[in-house]
Design a protein. Structure first.
Length: 76
């Protein structure tokens, strides 16, 4: 999976972990997931906007991050 935070940092699942790249393309962080088993990720909304939800083959993990996730506003 691929997601973006409000500052343009890109979160990508790579080989079962999460790698974070700056808008300039520089790797700024690697988040290890138990058993290197991440399959997808998403940011929460509202009070959970700084929570990264990470799915694996068997579990769901949460991780508090420094930046809010970017969401495209819903049109009503």
């Amino acid at each position: 999976g691929i997601k973006v935070d409000v500052e343009g940092n890109i979160y990508i699942t790579v080989k079962g972990n999460i790698v974070v790249y700056s808008p300039k393309g520089e790797q700024i962080e690697e988040i290890e997931v138990p058993n290197s088993s991440a399959t997808n990720l998403c940011f929460g909304r509202g009070i959970y906007s700084k929570t990264l939800f990470i799915t694996t083959h068997k579990k769901l993990y949460t991780l508090e991050v420094k930046k809010e996730g970017f969401h495209i506003p819903f049109k009503k």
